[in-house]
Design a protein around this ligand. Sequence first.
Ligand code: 6R9
Length: 676
Amino acid sequence: MSSTLSTLLVENRRYEPSAEFRSQANVSDARVYGEALGDPIGFWEAWAKQLDWFEPWTTQLEWKKPFARWFVGGRLNACHNCVDRHVANGLGSKVALIGEGEPGDVRAFTYAHVKDEVSKIANALKAMGVKKGDRVCIYMPMIPELPFTMLACARIGAAHSVVFGGFSSESLYERINDAGAKVVVTADGGWRRGNVVPLKKIADEALASGCPTVTKVLVYERIGEGAEFDRGNWTEGRDLRWSETVDTASTDCPCEPMDSEDLLYILYTSGSTGKPKGIMHTTGGYLTQVYATTQWVFDLKPDDVYWCTADCGWVTGHSYIVYGPMANAATAVVYEGTPDTPDKDRFWRVIEKHKVSILYTAPTAIRTFMKWGEEYPERCDLSSLRLLGSVGEPINPEAWVWYQETIGKGRCPVVDTWWQTETGAIMITPLPGITATKPGSATQPFPGIKAVVFDESGGDVTPVQGALGFYREHAPAQGPERGGILAITDPWPSMLRGIWGDQERYQNVYWSRFDDAYFPGDGTKVDEDGYFWLLGRIDDVMLVSGHNISTMEVESALVDHPAVAEAAVIGRAHEIKGQGISAFVILRAGSAPSPSGEEAVRLAAEIKEHVAKKIGAIARPDDLFFCAELPKTRSGKIMRRLLRDVAEGRALGDTTTLADPSVVAALKEKYESSES
Ligand code: 6R9
């Protein structure tokens, strides 16, 4: 465990909600925990009833482990609930989205306006042959048209698969084909750090590799004329301009009544082995839980201006930019670019300009801002802020306190929210009007969620009675270490419904570790108050700047370079990114130059760049170390645990299962001498 993470264990500061915040909070009575515990299904049903349904459900929950069906028989439409419902209820003139482009262009859309835009896109998709049940791949910059396109898919019953605009053509190619997308929606480009990311050109490369299911490519003209960049090729008959298709389409498009269990979207997340997993989310249960958690965790009010800084390429953008906030008729900010363009105060300028009251961001961003210094936030008026959220990885107490003091001026509750692509919505979190927070702890499960912590031997160590009257059904195994592995024992509405095309893998990955519980793969400690301290992944998925990247994916990209024979990749503690990527590389004999001096530096840079090209810049190794051999077990598995020991400068752990223990000892010696 890294030093940053282990400091979580000795943190004992406590922050009570202020009387002022509590008195206005959407939920301030801790009895909600007990009530939800007594009747979790009824608790969720009450939330579901707040949405519009075309037809009511007949069964609340059908649970055939590991397959859940919520609100069975009910019919609804997610887009209707996020848009049309508000227009029908007199909120047509309320601002739904404020889009700020990186160059500074600002466009605001009311709910009535969103309804028109979404309907036009939906009609354009239909005209391209998209039907209910089809998949649409979205590869766009973070501009309002991205959420609009997601909602347009939902409107007509097509599932979207959003691919992060920072991903490479190969990643895009793999995801398009796995989902069997019929249409790709992209843009000529997007702005990032003053440059154009040529999305259409990258999409062209992906399509050129062979995507037989794709019949049309819809291109939003984000950059338009003027900027100099490689626009790729225009394929007549396949490629369509937004200005000629969407802008000319009718604003009249009815919402398709969907079954509660119809697929809403697929979102790819990295697995520890093999190809990315297409996580499936359906309609009724998903919408219910993102709706409920947005209202209670962010304490969202009608006049709030809410800003989640995530990209829609990640689940946070799905649940807490689009579906959760819009189901609550929020006014949300969407920002296209990076936090340091044109200057390192950009986030604070956005908050000042739009009077943002709720900010939801990631620890990696917070640590970056800490490094840049307080002068940037201090230049700006942040007095509109009233609540701060964090998501994506464990937040170290130092960053938590900085966020609370420097950004929130001690006035704003901080909600550290634990959840995953697979859980669909927030699972472990404070409720800001109820929960006393402790820096670094995501505190307790949301009402209606049953999470426990098992120790290494499978004993349940969750306290019987937590600070919030949080439950425990069995007596905990007592021990000095209340630590181990997080598990979720009961189905929840927004849980994944499986992995697209591979339900066997779904069973193996999530439901084989414990007999009767979902296995999220996160190490967790629990304290005497029943507070959960999430400690990061226990498997080989790295968490780089809040993004899951598998060691396996980076290793495959490394060995794809002609000079590389073999590679092992590990995540190691990184001050800013949470985890950084260290690569250990064995060069091909003969084909590679002798790895020393300048030549080694050049080759290392070239290999790193190769990884960035194959996967995306986010996967570029932070450091790359040439070695002669890798520590392996007798069955030939690389022992990454030992490499982590080497990279983090620790004494080597158990080496008894190694085929040749001298390999790692030599490696350690060489690594340490190369550092000094
Ligand atoms: C929403 C999202 C999921 C993994 C998860 C865990 C880590 C997320 C966290 C956190 C500690 C938090 N994680 N939030 N760890 N505290 N508040 O991030 O989804 O991209 O699928 O990542 O992120 O390790 O298992 P996803």
